[in-house]
Design a protein around this ligand. Structure first.
Ligand SMILES: Nc1ncnc2c1ncn2[C@@H]1O[C@H](COP(=O)(O)OP(=O)(O)OP(=O)(O)O)[C@@H](O)[C@H]1O
Length: 289
């Protein structure tokens, strides 16, 4: 018998609760999911279904009085619930990283974007300030930020939303992490920029081989990018499977309802084909700045 595929992330019976007037509110209520190396898993479901809280729980970012428990929460064999805060800090940014929905809240408004990217290299690679800065500028160039050397000196509010999200992607992928959790990374952008930023994210992902947990309510995007789809409702998983299965043969009525709400989902295509149509479209975005 073949050995089972090694999983990168294994989540069993994840429960995340917050105190409320009516007692304990179970925002995540017994979630099981796993992600293999390099796999793109989409977590979908309506607003409030617990997608973001699942992502934050895995990242160790649920603040008190929120509470996270699980039978298993393991990342490459490491027990994430047993790890010290310092240990988690070393992991975060280096082996697991997150791209947030709204970069303005994730970036430090008082520091230049170049500094914030350089810090990742300084912290995790312990290289000097000048070298870290050079790496940051190089990375900004790679994520399609023009005149990177100049823009590295900009503060977040001086960049457009699309540029800020590119900065977030640069920070997330800087250390070529094994896992990226991307929480609605394009929701705050207009439609043209959404396609460009998504294309960027997955072209870098193809280079680094990082696994991605992609949180979205946009099933149209899911058909393009997912290896596997996990459908969530009211804190629990109602169904999971590959794209073909979820789109053509959904077992759960809730999944069928979600699909029915999508205007133009006919067939899952080669995930990267349609996106590649906008591969070099960052020229368009330059006009936004
Ligand atoms: N810090 C918190 N304290 C109390 N309740 C919270 C907290 N964070 C999230 N919740 C609640 O947990 C539930 C799940 O929220 P979550 O943000 O995970 O939903 P979601 O599926 O990501 O939705 P959206 O697509 O709108 O982001 C919601 O009812 C939300 O109000």
């Amino acid at each position: 018998m073949n050995a089972p595929e090694p999983e990168l992330l294994v989540v069993r019976n994840l429960v995340t609760t917050f105190p409320s007037d009516k007692g304990e509110f179970r925002a995540v209520d017994g979630v099981d999911l796993s992600i293999r190396h390099g796999e793109v898993v989409c977590l979908v479901g309506e607003s409030g279904s617990g997608k973001s809280v699942t992502g934050f729980s895995i990242m160790g970012l649920i603040d008190k009085p929120g509470k996270v428990t699980a039978d298993t929460l393991s990342f490459d064999g490491l027990d994430l619930l047993g790890i010290s805060e310092a240990g988690f800090d070393r992991l975060r940014g280096r082996r697991i990283a997150m791209v947030f929905q709204e970069p303005m809240t994730a970036l430090n408004p008082g520091r230049t974007v170049g500094n914030q990217i350089a810090e990742v290299f300084r912290v995790h690679e312990r290289i000097g300030a000048r070298q870290a800065w050079e790496r940051a500028v190089e990375l900004m160039d790679q994520v399609g930020i023009r005149e990177a050397a100049k823009r590295a000196n900009a503060f977040p509010h001086e960049l457009s939303g699309g540029m800020r999200q590119r900065v977030m992607i640069a920070i997330a992928f800087a250390m070529k992490p094994d896992l990226i959790i991307a929480d609605e990374p394009t929701t705050a952008l207009d439609v043209t920029l959404q396609a460009q930023v998504l294309e960027l994210l997955f072209s870098i992902q193809a280079q680094t081989g990082s696994a991605v947990l992609f949180i979205t309510h946009d099933l149209g995007v899911v058909a393009e990018i997912a290896d596997r789809v996990v459908v969530m409702r009211q804190g629990a998983i109602v169904e999971q499977g590959d794209v073909e299965q979820i789109f053509f043969n959904p077992a759960d009525p809730y999944t069928r309802a979600l699909l029915a709400a999508v205007p133009d989902v006919d067939a899952p295509r080669d995930p990267r084909r349609r996106l590649s149509a906008v591969a070099h479209a960052d020229t368009m975005e330059a006009g936004h700045d």
